[in-house]
Ligand binder design. Structure first.
Ligand code: PLP
Length: 421
């Protein structure tokens, strides 16, 4: 099946009730037929449900659907994108290990990497830039993963994921890519050598700003058993799960099995069945919405580029943007629908413009069907000094837009009246 079909049908066949929409299985536990059935379930010897912290049939539909969209062997749905990133690392790294990452990251991911992981004894090595050379320099025998965002939020940088995967694999290290901004409708990282994908389902996948959710998807491609020394957790008996050896018990799905039965089972950031249901509703139209998001975003970027009150526009779908060659390489020239631009006149002009917006909502989220705008200097980054602004790539007049799927005429009219002020 193609994406538009997978998004609507994958992972669900009618159940005993013939419900055509995946039902919300709002239950904590599942009944065993008898003691042996319970034992078999706990031994991972038969498929089935035990307790909704570790699996739930509504979440299972979502997991299968996203796994198929990405082309993976399995997925694990979680309570938020942040939990997905946390668990994706914890599945293979512990105290004394390190991970290597590209430097420009989502704010919450940056904080997790710069502060929480180091406090837990997992070192995070930030590369100087996105280049494969800068990444390779930091890899050693304690490196458990190379992490990147396929399209950076908020910087809009596009990472050359195939080249980074090559250097990581040359050292026997797996790669993890956050594909939230691109979505599998625009880019399938597994086709370019990425081993694990994570998503904030909160954004384009759900697409309506109703529900937080996250997911880890396993390509099934990384040779964990051939790199047994680097990945003991997948190749030696698991003390916290009665001695199972994941590569032996689950083969290609070893990683995602450990993610479910170790970090999720023991710390519990599971997705609620209700949110899984709402996110499934959103995913049905995700490939369709992405077409419109991209089309609207390009029209907005072209409009801004020509406007006399606009200083600069960063958007990789514009042919002269520095990331356009990578947008061509990976997404047929598309770049999703997040962009930043500068209003002429500095901080005050930025605020004036921002306050005048009507259809564009003032908030900090992305990937909603609704158009959204953020003025980092007065909100998310207001504590920073001028020098710090430069360091993190935020300028006082900078506006970030997440362009929605409304009628383009209305969006341009809204921007026009705000820029006129
Ligand atoms: C929002 C976001 C996250 C975090 O996801 P939540 O669902 O808000 O926890 C992670 N990565 C990227 C790129 C994001 O945009």
């Amino acid at each position: 099946m193609k994406d538009h079909t997978i998004a609507i049908h994958a992972g669900y066949e009618k159940d005993g009730t013939n419900a055509v929409t995946p039902p919300i299985h709002q239950t904590v536990a599942f009944e065993f037929d008898d003691a042996q059935h319970g034992a078999d379930l706990f031994n991972l010897a038969v498929p089935g449900n035990i307790y909704s912290r570790i699996m739930n049939p509504t979440c299972d539909v979502l997991e299968q659907r996203v796994a198929q969209l990405e082309g993976g062997v399995g997925a694990l749905a979680l309570s938020a994108g942040s939990a997905a990133i946390h668990y994706a690392i914890l599945t293979i790294a512990s105290m004394g290990d390190n991970i290597v990452t590209t430097p420009q990251l989502y704010g919450g991911t940056y904080t997790l990497f710069a502060h929480m992981f180091p406090d837990m004894g997992i070192e995070v090595r930030f590369a100087e830039d996105d280049s494969p050379e800068a990444i390779e320099k930091l890899i050693d025998d304690k490196t458990k993963a190379v992490f990147m965002e396929t399209i950076g939020n908020p910087a809009g940088n596009i990472v050359d994921i195939a080249e980074i995967a090559k250097v990581a694999h040359a050292h026997g290290v797996c790669t993890i890519a956050d594909n939230t901004v691109a979505t599998p409708a625009l880019l399938k990282p597994f086709e370019h050598g990425i081993d694990i994908v994570v998503h904030s389902l909160t954004k384009y996948m759900g697409g309506h700003g109703t529900s937080l959710g996250g997911i880890i998807v396993d390509s099934g491609n990384f040779p964990w058993a051939e790199n047994a020394e680097r990945y003991p957790g997948l190749n030696t008996p698991e003390a916290s799960y009665h001695g199972v050896v994941y590569t032996e018990a689950l083969g290609a799905a070893a990683y995602i099995g450990r993610a479910r039965t170790v970090p999720l089972r023991n710390t519990g950031a599971c997705l609620s069945p209700m949110n899984a249901f709402l996110l499934l509703q959103g995913i049905e139209t995700m490939p369709l919405r992405m077409e419109r998001h991209c089309e609207n975003a390009l029209a907005v970027a072209q409009y801004l580029r020509k406007h006399p009150n606009v200083d600069w526009v960063n958007f990789a779908a514009l042919p002269d943007d520095k990331f356009h060659p990578l947008a061509q390489k990976y997404m047929g020239g598309n770049a999703s629908a997040i962009m930043t631009f500068g209003v002429k006149g500095g901080f005050d002009a930025g605020v004036k413009f921002y306050d005048k917006l009507g259809i564009f909502k003032r908030l900090v989220n992305i990937g909603d069907a609704k158009s959204l705008a953020c003025h980092p200097a007065s909100t998310t980054h207001r504590q920073l000094s001028e020098e710090e602004f430069v360091k993190v790539g935020v300028t006082p007049e900078m506006i970030r837009l997440s362009v929605g799927i409304e009628a383009i005429e209305d969006l341009l009219e809204d921007l026009d009246q705000a820029l006129a002020t």
